[in-house]
Write a new protein. Structure first.
Length: 98
């Protein structure tokens, strides 16, 4: 799982011997570009490693004033090319608490 914090440091919940998959890295990069003010971006391949299913969580002030549906549409719009090759995508969006 890739986590991007407000300080823009990359951390991971994986052990040091594990690396992020290329799919996780690609999705995280696209999300960082689309949501530069995000305080947290998590991308996890939940397919067992084949890259067909991902879990994405984004926390950003850019979602303020948007409905949950609009927030999710912003994510799917950002990842539309990649979604074509996926079996499934789980999305969680949040607005940071002030």
């Amino acid at each position: 799982m890739l986590r991007i914090l407000t300080s823009r440091f990359l951390t991971t919940n994986r052990s040091l011997s594990q690396q992020l998959s290329s799919g996780e890295e690609k999705l995280a990069k696209l999300l960082r570009q689309k949501f530069p003010k995000a305080s947290n971006i998590d991308v996890e391949d939940i397919s067992g490693g084949c890259g067909s299913m991902y879990k994405v969580a984004v926390e950003s002030v850019e979602f303020k004033g948007l409905t949950k549906v609009a927030q999710h549409k912003a994510i799917t719009s950002c990842l539309s090319s990649e979604i074509k090759d996926m079996h499934g995508l789980t999305i969680d969006t949040k607005i940071p608490k002030q």
